[in-house]
Design a protein around this ligand. Structure first.
Ligand code: WT7
Length: 645
């Protein structure tokens, strides 16, 4: 088995088997996770499966084990699957030729680029920032980091120079891998120029490696900036075709990925080599019921955790074929996904409810002439899926023949925690259903007491997990205390997800959304405090409060209440100015959809903004605001209600 990923002995094949495996996994988690980990390539076996406590918190898996994740994603497939496509890449432009990288080709490129990193001074443990579009070189870049033990920190291409600068500083990154630009739909995004802005005043970054994608004119600073192509040619001339993978400890960090929380500053979630590898592989194989040879198309960007886990590490460690798409679902038209499914005979499609809702609005025309009969499994991720979207997906994409999996998880969890298994366990529209083996969810009240009383057969509470699993985050980079207070301090001995959930009499879970001040806009996670900080940077803004409201396509929209000093100006222009500031501070993804100018915000006597009221008004629920008697000045509520947009 060791060197062949063609079968998955730990793949669950029936509901009964799921129930049996689940029971074993919670009765004896260590034996269970050891049995899964047997099926990977280790340079040295582990000494201890698990060492944990949720107070520090400590969460260590496969301690003493030595490995390199890239040997599991690449080398072990070479003998039997060297000529199998690892990555199929579809360009933004439907007329540009696709690229196919077999496992052998990907292995060679990763080794060569690993040598490039070494030639440029990157060492094990160094943090490498990756800011690229969705091209195979992005996968090559992160795998090359993993090959030499450098810690990658991928930043989504929609973040601003200021966001990059903050993340470079937080991770103390000395190296950047980027592109001249990226194509996304009808736009060219000038990535290198954003990096240049992020580097103004920066003294820590030593090297910037630039891949040519758009051939946009860019500045290249002597001594600091080098071209990817030149560096690769040099390595090719050195005759380098392979390179040994650096031996890593099971618990060495594999990557950092920044994500938003309820504070103003994103945190660097850290995942470790072995546990992340085991869990992403295990979930990939089981959730999608992946069969060797199938083509898996996850439409996420590698800038988010979904891309890390289910475009790169999960599929490649399973020897699968992963389809990577550079573009967007609606360009040049809304039939783009269906064209890709038809062109490559895609078997598994994994996308976000927001993409489904956006495609729904184009009607059925875009399906014309597209053969979707290759599809076997459909998946969704990132936000709750409304029933209308679920049925549309089921009827028009899956033709009622494909199981739909609703996968709930988070950047911090590394892989899916609650989901049905495609075709194996039951589904229920809008419900993520059952926990994966090894995952022990619990619903608690505000005080952390387990919810034991059902209302109309449904339990309702805050979703926590009471036992660790291999890909639970290890820390937040550079600030372990922050990891503790954010996730492990709200409720004693529990990992708190920040989500609210329901549980029905079958034990199925439905995730209802965040209960903290985090928004989910088009599947992108944004902290209200972050947006407020950005708005408050704008000259003239005195104070602001940001809340979410239901949005037909985005899931949630951003509603900002702003106290502005100079009201005699042009309001519309001021709104645009504020959007510019948010774009500059965070990125266009965080731009409020609505800005309402107000004279005051509803505050308690202790000065706390009552967001509950602001949320209600933003949702258009003007009449039933609940108790406002504790407000310092109930009068402001009337004014805000009247100005509601
Ligand atoms: C938050 C995590 C998981 C990868 C993409 C997002 C929400 C995620 C679902 C789902 C309902 C979901 C939660 C979660 N979420 N999946 N299937 N049903 N809500 O990762 O950016 O870390 O966001 O996304 O609120 O906490 P993320």
């Amino acid at each position: 088995m060791k060197n062949c990923a063609m079968s998955y002995p730990y793949q669950i094949n029936s509901f009964e088997e799921y129930q049996k495996v689940y029971k074993e996994s919670v009765e004896n988690p260590e034996a269970f996770w050891a049995s899964v980990a047997e099926h990977f390539v280790w340079k040295k076996k582990w000494d201890k499966v698990l060492d944990w406590n949720f107070t520090e918190p400590k969460n260590e898996w496969y301690k003493g084990g030595k490995l390199n994740i890239t040997e599991n994603c690449l080398d072990r497939h070479l003998a039997e699957r060297g000529n199998v496509p690892a990555i199929i890449w579809e360009s933004n432009d439907p007329n540009e030729k696709q690229r196919i990288l077999t496992y052998s080709m990907l292995h060679k490129r990763v080794c060569q680029f690993a040598q490039v990193l070494i030639n440029n001074g990157v060492q094990k443990g160094d943090r490498v920032c990756v800011y690229m579009g969705m091209i195979p070189e992005l996968a090559i870049a992160i795998l090359a980091c993993a090959r030499i033990g450098a810690i990658h920190s991928v930043i989504f291409g929609g973040f601003s120079a200021q966001s990059i600068a903050d993340r470079l500083y937080d991770a103390q990154s000395e190296f950047i891998i980027t592109c001249d630009g990226a194509f996304r739909g009808g736009k060219d995004i000038p990535l290198k120029s954003v990096i240049d802005d992020a580097l103004i005043g920066n003294r820590t970054v030593k090297k910037v490696i630039v891949y040519t994608r758009t051939r946009t004119p860019i500045s290249m600073i002597k001594g600091r900036d080098v071209w990817w192509e030149d560096e690769m040619r040099h390595v090719e001339e050195m005759g380098i075709k392979e390179m040994d993978a650096v031996e890593m400890d099971a618990e060495d960090p594999l990557f950092i990925l920044y994500t938003s929380g309820s504070t103003g500053k994103p945190k660097g979630v850290v995942h470790a080599c072995a546990g992340y590898m085991v869990y992403t592989n295990y979930t990939f194989v089981n959730i999608f019921n992946y069969q060797p040879g199938q083509i898996h198309f996850c439409t996420a960007d590698i800038g988010w955790i979904t891309g890390h886990s289910y475009i790169v590490y999960g599929p490649l460690s399973a020897g699968a074929t992963s389809l990577m798409f550079e573009g967007v679902p609606t360009w040049p038209d809304a039939g783009r996904f269906w064209e890709i499914v038809d062109k490559y005979k895609v078997n598994i499609l994994y996308t976000a409810p927001t993409a489904i809702r956006s495609l729904m609005s184009y009607g059925l025309g875009p399906f014309q002439g597209k053969d979707l009969s290759s599809l076997k499994v459909l998946g969704t991720v990132g936000e709750p899926i409304n029933e209308e979207a679920w049925h549309w997906y089921n009827e028009n994409v899956g033709k009622k023949k494909c199981p739909i999996i609703d996968t709930w998880w988070q950047t911090e969890t590394g892989g899916c925690l609650i989901t049905n298994l495609a075709g194996i366990t039951p589904s229920k529209p809008g419900w993520a259903t059952l926990p994966m083996p090894g995952i022990q969810p619990i619903l608690v009240d505000e005080k952390g007491v387990e919810i034991t009383e059902a209302e109309d057969g449904v339990f309702k509470g805050n979703l926590c997990i009471k036992f660790p699993w291999p890909s639970l985050l290890r820390t937040t980079y550079g600030d372990h205390e922050r990891c503790r207070t954010n996730y492990f301090a709200t409720y004693e001995n529990l990992y708190f997800t920040g989500d609210g959930a329901l549980k029905d009499e079958n034990g199925f879970y439905r995730i209802t959304g965040r209960v903290d001040d985090v928004l989910n806009v088009s599947g992108h996670r944004i902290g209200t405090a972050e947006v407020e900080n950005a708005i408050n940077m704008h000259a003239g803004v005195i104070e602001s409060a940001v809340v979410g409201y239901p949005h037909d396509v985005k899931g949630q929209g951003i509603y900002a209440y702003v106290i502005y000093s100079n009201t005699h100006g042009d309001e519309e222009l001021t709104r645009k100015d504020i959007l510019q500031t948010v774009t500059r501070m965070i990125g266009p993804i965080a731009k409020p959809d609505k800005i309402q100018f107000v004279n005051g915000l509803p505050k308690t006597r202790s000065g706390k903004i009552m967001r509950r009221i602001l949320r209600k008004i933003a949702e258009g629920e003007i009449e039933n605001l609940g108790d406002t008697s504790t407000l310092l000045d109930p009068g402001v509520v009337e004014e805000i209600k009247n100005g509601h947009i």
